[in-house]
Write a protein that binds this ligand. Structure first.
Ligand code: GAR
Length: 196
């Protein structure tokens, strides 16, 4: 089996969707769930499923990204992942860190990239009057929310949508898209998945 490490910062609903998918004839298995926040709700959920967990709190590093990443790298390299999945991981990673996992690090982002890299994607899509919105899984490069697109899922924007309602509609699709892309990626396929 390919070994998959998942990096989270919060509740980890995408992480759980990925864990739940890696069963049976799936070519990958989880080897670590790692967070920059020791209080991330996802850590307990992963541990309850028997997956090794670790946390490196970014706050004591006070913006020293290189020092933080050196600590983050320790449990990550110990786990010897073949594939690293960012799943709601909310720290920007340096090019140096990313280059260690070049071609084997994935991210899920809540917009139809190249639209709306960065934060507040749902309110930006609403403010622009977009008729559709969605999510993207892409290979991670040194440029934030850039890199080859491996899959996208689309949702309609509805009349009267709030950012929260739209986010919930997108998140539901994220839980389908990310497992679909990971499975194909673990099989060596890079042709993009389209849902919705
Ligand atoms: C997801 O919507 C994910 O796409 C987004 O954070 C949420 C995490 O939810 N990621 C980003 O915004 C990355 N910049 P989860 O913890 O329940 O998976």
């Amino acid at each position: 089996h390919k070994r998959v490490a998942i990096l989270i910062s919060g509740g980890g609903s995408n992480m759980l969707a990925l864990l739940d998918s890696m069963v049976g004839d799936h070519p990958a298995r989880p080897c670590l769930v790692l967070s920059n926040d020791p209080a991330a709700g996802g850590l307990a959920k992963a541990a309850a499923r028997g997956v090794p967990v670790a946390a490196v709190d970014h706050r004591p590093f006070k913006g020293d990204r290189a020092a933080f990443e050196a600590e983050l790298l320790k449990p990550l390299e110990e786990a010897q992942p073949d594939i690293v999945c960012l799943a709601g991981f909310m720290r920007v990673l340096t090019g140096e860190f990313v280059s260690r996992f070049q071609g084997r690090m994935l991210n899920i982002h809540p917009s139809l990239l190249p639209k709306y890299p960065g934060l507040h994607t749902h309110s930006r899509a609403l403010a622009a009057g977009d008729a559709e919105h969605g999510c993207t899984v892409h290979e991670v490069t040194a440029v934030l929310d850039d890199g080859p697109i491996l899959g996208q899922a689309r949702v309609p924007v509805k009349a009267g949508d709030t950012p929260e309602a739209l986010a919930a509609r997108v998140l539901e699709q994220e839980h389908h898209l990310y497992p679909a892309v990971l499975r194909r990626f673990a099989e060596g396929r890079r042709d993009p998945v389209h849902l919705g």
